[in-house]
Design a protein around this ligand. Structure first.
Ligand code: 5RP
Length: 223
């Protein structure tokens, strides 16, 4: 029986096999955040001479890549990327995702928006029928925290402040539990419209293009 870390490592290895044939000396990859992505970065480092570098979605991933000698670019310098590679907290069968468990949701959504395609790497525990069991992270401007929390409660959620946590953007996160998100893109648009919301962790208006899901029987590709 493989542990969750071994499953994540297998998903990361499958992602390397997936992107490697597409890398050229001018390729810049978008790289996300989290424990699965940490394993992806470690597996990517030996191939650093085959591509130009990466744009990262967090200080954490930037530091890890820099330590391994992968050049990290500012997004403002990079107009396009073929792939954005990242994990997820939940993914459904339509490839909608909840992300942001690691707090990097806003930069993740920004970097993903510049990439042509999103490659999601997960272990099988992340696959769900309906999104929402994992509390949905919502990044908020600190002075708007309470008004946003009231709006989220009116939408049926139970928002809880992520205590002692400040995002890379100097903002706070409300983790919203008690949701069963049956129309993810519509709900994402609704949350985006609340003044004070910087970004929500629903990736449904633009979901994943390919999911590599690691199972006890091997890695499955969902498209
Ligand atoms: C970080 C994220 C991560 O992709 C998500 O939390 C999954 O993390 P892990 O790979 O550690 O399970 O969205 O903001």
């Amino acid at each position: 029986m493989l542990t969750q870390t071994e499953l994540k490592r297998n998903a990361a290895a499958a992602a390397i096999e997936f992107v490697l044939p597409q890398l050229t000396p001018s390729t810049v990859l978008g790289v996300g955040t989290g424990s699965t992505v940490d394993l992806f970065i470690d597996a990517l480092a030996p191939h650093k001479h085959r591509f130009r570098g990466a744009v990262s979605s967090s200080e954490r991933s930037s530091a890890r890549m820099a330590a391994l000698g992968i050049p990290v670019f500012d997004l403002n310098e990079i107009p396009s990327m073929p792939w954005y590679v990242d994990g997820a907290d939940e993914v459904d069968h339509e490839l909608n995702m909840i992300k942001g468990g690691g707090g990097a949701l806003t930069r993740e959504k920004i970097v993903a928006s510049v990439a042509e395609r999103f490659l999601c790497i997960v272990d099988e525990s992340k696959l769900v029928r309906v999104l929402g069991k994992f509390p949905l992270p919502v990044e908020v401007i600190p002075m708007a925290r309470e008004v946003v929390a009231r709006r989220l409660a009116a939408l049926g959620g139970k928002p809880a402040l992520r205590e002692g946590y400040v995002t890379d953007n100097g903002c706070q996160i409300l983790d919203v539990s008690g949701l069963a998100i049956d129309a993810p893109a519509r709900f994402e648009a609704e949350l985006n419209n609340i003044p004070g919301v910087v970004c929500c962790g629903l990736f449904a208006i633009a979901g994943a293009d390919v999911v590599l899901m690691s199972t006890q029987q091997g890695v499955r590709q969902l498209t």
